[in-house]
Ligand binder design. Structure first.
Ligand code: BES
Ligand code: MN
Ligand code: MN
Length: 455
């Protein structure tokens, strides 16, 4: 029996196993799911054990992580797989057609929170490796696997764990499937991810909500002031106005421009994907460039004043906003947090008190676009998807990729299995059964190709 035959034979069983994994409401952001996180991590470790891995959970100070190994021979290359079992909050629940933690297959896709981001994707690797083990009783490479529970909340505790476990994690290359294909039937190798910087802005005015007739006009309204400040963070060309924001950013290379020009793109299809009536962004850049190579600033949420039914006439006591900035290589998250703090302090009138809480974030990354590892990945993708991959970047972030490079000295292969319209972070997240199957097939080939890459 070959690994491919094993995959064929186990189609139903693999889906049952994935459904079990998807049923855990492993929402890392919410403290009420603390126990579900532990249960999910334990289940995954047990599952990896049942396949033949040495596996266990490790405490991190936050949610536990799962670490597994299948070591064959020191002479073989060692591949470190990374993924995350935590998921985004499923809210708003009323927009889901079926419940987020009751996976269901409709029109050829698995619907569940985490189906694509990232349980389904890491699971394709697990099942690919299982197929090799069942067929060959061994693996062509040494495998180490790290599946964390805090990716969606900035991987706060993971860098420290990696530093402490440097020896354990020694490897030759990292493999991550937590990005998307470029499109239907267009698999991709991703060579860059944006970073992120996160701040919260708090504005205080009067010491309580006060009557807007008695006081309005004579004291500052924190909500008005906050909106005014936010309005000044972009200029009319869509550029971020924070002094020094674009400092040190490198321009695109010719090769990069060429890759992007090869990609099929339809403005109409892109707009349809989001439902937005028109494009928007920094002047002088294409849609891909805006998402992949330019930094941005966005308000994720804004709060303040009366939000209940009907009218209430007040000058609110306070207002606040959560702001994230997507970063590109050479921008440092803390430096950017400091820059926005300085700028907002300069802009804010002295009729309010302003506080910026700086959460930091993660740096953007670029990974190699050539070399034997990448060629091996491209061959495995070709086998799984029956198509050559294209080269893309992604606008999203996977914070730990930078740490793999900086702490362990490792490059990463980013092999996306899902589609960009699979509703990750949105209601009705899904993962096409076909993409899961092709992903498993790719994953059952990848170790053989990686083994060739070093020999
Ligand atoms: N899998 C995503 C990253 C991603 C998003 C890749 C879109 C490709 C396209 C990951 O789980 C994610 O959502 N990351 C967060 C990180 C943040 C919380 C630090 C993100 O990008 O917002
Ligand atoms: Mn993810
Ligand atoms: Mn995510």
């Amino acid at each position: 029996m070959t690994p491919a035959e094993h995959l064929k034979k186990t189609e139903k069983k693999r889906m049952d196993d994935l459904f079990r994994f998807l049923k855990f409401p492993s929402v890392s952001a919410s403290s009420k799911h603390k126990k579900d996180m532990i249960d999910c991590a334990r289940w995954l470790a047990d599952h990896l054990k049942s396949i033949g891995f040495k596996a266990r959970t490790f405490p991190t100070g936050g949610h536990p992580l799962v670490y597994a190994e299948y070591l064959v021979d020191k002479k073989l290359p060692t591949v470190l797989y990374y993924g995350h079992y935590d998921v985004q909050p499923p809210e708003p629940l009323e927009l889901w057609h079926t419940e987020p933690f009751r996976p269901e297959i409709r029109k050829g896709a698995i619907y569940a929170r985490g189906a694509a981001d990232d349980k389904g994707q890491i699971f394709a690797h697990i099942k690919g490796l299982e197929a090799i083990l069942k067929a060959e009783k061994t693996l062509p490479v040494n495998v180490k696997m790290l599946v964390e529970g805090e990716e969606e909340v900035h991987s706060a505790h993971l860098p420290a764990w990696i530093k402490k476990n440097k020896k354990r994690l020694a490897a030759d290359i990292v493999v991550i499937s937590d990005t998307a294909q470029y499109g239907k039937n267009i698999p991709a190798v991703t060579f860059g991810l944006r970073g992120i910087a996160f701040v919260e802005v708090f504005i205080n005015g009067p010491n309580r909500d006060v009557h807007s007739g008695s006081y309005g006009g004579a004291i500052a309204n924190p909500v008005n002031v906050l909106c005014g400040l936010i309005g000044q963070l972009h200029d009319k060309n869509g550029r971020v106005t924070i002094p020094g924001f674009y400092q040190k950013i490198k321009p695109m290379t010719k090769w990069e421009r060429q890759q992007y020009r090869k990609l099929p793109y339809s403005k109409q299809a892109f707009l349809k994907e989001t439902g937005s009536p028109e494009l928007h962004g920094e002047k002088g850049y294409s849609t891909f460039e805006r998402i992949w190579v330019r930094p941005t600033l966005d308000v994720n949420g804004i709060t303040g004043g009366y939000q209940g039914e009907g009218a209430k006439t007040i000058i609110p006591e306070w207002a606040s906003a959560k702001i994230t900035m997507r970063l590109v290589p050479n921008q440092d998250p803390m430096d950017i947090c400091n820059k926005i703090e300085r700028y907002l302090k300069k802009l804010a009138p002295n009729s309010v008190k302003l506080k910026v809480v700086k959460h930091g974030g993660a740096k953007g990354v670029v990974v190699p676009t050539d070399g034997p590892w990448l060629e091996a990945a491209a061959r495995a993708i070709k086998k799984g998807f029956s198509k050559e991959p294209v080269f893309t970047k992604e606008g999203g972030s996977i914070p730990i990729v930078v740490d793999f490079k900086e702490i362990l000295g490792l490059d990463t292969l980013l092999i996306g299995l899902c589609q960009s319209d699979d509703n990750i972070h949105s209601p009705n997240e899904r993962f096409a059964v076909k993409d899961f199957e092709r992903g498993c097939k790719m994953a059952a080939n990848l170790p053989f190709e990686l083994a060739k890459a070093r020999s």
